[in-house]
Design a protein around this ligand. Structure first.
Ligand code: HEM
Length: 505
């Protein structure tokens, strides 16, 4: 009897102490009301989540929060707040969600994009930023010019093949050669990059809300940790990924021996300074490839769509090309004079950022912003879509208008101090995309050469450009496949592409 009374007393004491404890989430930014326990999870769409977040941002402001079945999420939606929270306070806001299944199992701890902030991540991040710095990526310019010529050649030769496949090849080949060296990937032959792409996409899915039981129900982690049987499919997947990355990395050594500039070789040279293991070099090379491939291809697809929607922009760009380069193919040497083309490349990633919802960050410790307390572990969504529609920076943001990046003299406008409007499509803080200079070069030269080579015209009888829908591909959102009539601007276009394409089938 006495012991029951003591038990009840202790239970009441515990409940009272818990109730009196300050609520860690009481000072989060405001947000939509939700259900007990489930929070707002039922209001979240299965795809195009950035559009729902944009809608909420209009209602709750540039920083708001919601609850996804217990997981607190803060969303930053203006360029200023993103600059404050993700850049200025990046010491607190540069972690990633814990993602047990993705990081600890499927990626065997090797994925630099998704891994939590740790000493290993800091060393890998420094090495990745160094191998992808402007000086190093400018070493790829001649390869990127070659790839632009190859793309035009294949577009001429295989007009019936959808643009999706052409642009997949272009972007995969640039980044493949950038990472591993070697020959251009062909359009009609085997595509060694596809397996890397597929496996990475598969692993990434485990990071999406609701896709991993062990992330949603913590007790299951112990079950997995102690059961070889439960872990087997995950361990097999990780082993297959590791073997694939190790084989690709080993294959790159032929290119290293020939002295070709490549990211895997540069990573290898830095590995002693940064204490990076052999397996980690292989994983990082593979992950850098997959982070760069789909994003760049997506931007090229939006570029083509923009040309169908805005023939006046295409004509203006082609007038610039006629004056600056005439009938020879553009090169990087022309960049300083191809200002409208440069503005088109910038506007593509502003108009339709390839990764509109960013890659989630997480708070590494409690921190305060504008009186709000953001507790450790809170997910922080870099809502790039809303930032690229920020009325403080962009008028008529849904319109594709490259001239917004040009001043009255037609020169590229410098970003105003503290305007936070440079490179919005590439994330923020210590997690900012290290591949942005490589991507900018790929987009500039591809766009310049494609506009030099072809008129982009809609295909009669196909969906009107304004009716072309979008496809949500987890991190990237792309235009649905569409047809385009590419009319060569020179009768002898193939002959003008130079030596590079002469030996191609
Ligand atoms: C148009 C092309 C590209 C776009 C729009 C893009 C966008 C992004 C975004 C939004 C992030 C997340 C940043 C954050 O969490 O704040 C990111 C991260 C990353 N990107 Fe890119 N990216 C592009 C091309 C590339 C290329 C070409 C490479 C490499 C060759 C690359 C490598 C990476 C890596 C390694 C990360 C992870 C950084 C980290 O977590 O520390 N990206 N990118």
């Amino acid at each position: 009897m006495v012991s029951t009374a003591i038990l009840i007393g202790v239970a009441l004491l515990v409940v009272t102490v818990l109730l009196l404890q300050p609520d860690r989430y009481a000072k989060l930014p405001p947000g939509p009301p939700g259900l007990p326990l489930l929070g707002n999870v039922l209001q979240l769409p299965a795809s195009f989540m950035y559009l729902k977040l944009h809608e909420w941002s209009q209602q709750y402001g540039p920083i708001f929060s919601f609850n996804a079945a217990g997981q607190r999420v803060v969303v930053v939606s203006s360029a200023k707040v993103a600059g404050d929270v993700l850049d200025r306070l990046s010491a607190y806001s540069s972690n990633r969600p814990r993602w047990y299944k993705l990081n600890d199992y499927l990626s065997a701890g090797g994925n630099v994009v998704t891994m939590s902030a740790s000493d290993t991540w800091r060393r890998l991040r420094k090495a990745v930023h160094e191998v992808l710095n402007v000086r190093n990526v400018n070493g790829f310019r001649s390869m990127q010019e070659e790839e632009a010529a190859i793309t035009i050649h294949y577009l001429l030769k295989y007009p019936q093949v959808n643009l999706v496949k052409h642009f997949h090849r272009t972007s995969a080949s640039i980044i493949w050669r950038g990472v591993y060296g070697g020959n251009p990937l062909s359009l009609d032959g085997p595509d060694p990059s596809q397996r890397v792409q597929d496996m990475s996409a598969e692993a990434f899915k485990a990071g999406l809300p609701g896709n991993s039981l062990m992330d949603m129900f913590p007790p299951l982690r112990h079950l997995y940790a102690n059961s070889k049987w439960l872990r087997k499919p995950l361990d097999d997947y990780a082993t297959e990924s590791t073997n694939m990355f190790v084989d690709l990395y080993a294959g790159a050594k032929d290119a290293w021996a020939l002295g070709e500039p490549c990211i895997s070789n540069n990573l290898n040279k830095l590995s002693e300074d940064y204490g990076i293991s052999q397996t980690s070099k292989a994983w990082t090379s593979g992950v850098v490839f997959s982070a760069g491939q789909d994003t760049t291809a997506t931007a090229l697809r939006f570029f083509a769509l923009a040309m169908l929607l805005h023939p006046e922009v295409m004509l203006k760009a082609q007038t610039e090309l006629d004056v600056v380069v005439g009938d020879r193919m553009p090169t990087f040497e022309d960049k300083e004079k191809l200002l409208y083309i440069t503005a088109i490349a910038e506007e593509v990633t502003r108009w339709h950022p390839p990764a509109p919802g960013g890659v989630p960050h997480a708070a590494s410790e409690d921190f305060v912003y504008e009186g709000y307390v953001i507790p450790r572990g809170t997910w922080i969504i870099d809502n790039i879509w809303s930032q690229t529609r920020d009325p403080a920076l962009y008028d008529e943001a849904d319109t594709f208008d490259p001239s917004r990046f040009l001043d009255a003299e037609g020169c590229i406008k410098a970003a105003a101090p503290d305007s936070h409007d440079d490179g919005l499509g590439f994330g923020h803080g210590r997690r900012i995309c290290p591949g942005r200079d490589l991507a900018a070069n790929s987009l500039f030269i591809s766009i310049a050469c494609l506009l030099w080579a072809f008129e982009f015209r809609p295909v009669k009888g196909e969906a009107a450009p304004e009716d072309i829908g979008l496809v949500d591909n987890f991190i990237t959102v792309q235009p649905a496949p569409f047809k385009v009539d590419l009319v060569p601007r020179f009768r002898d276009l193939d002959l003008r592409l130079g030596e590079t394409v002469a030996h191609l089938a």
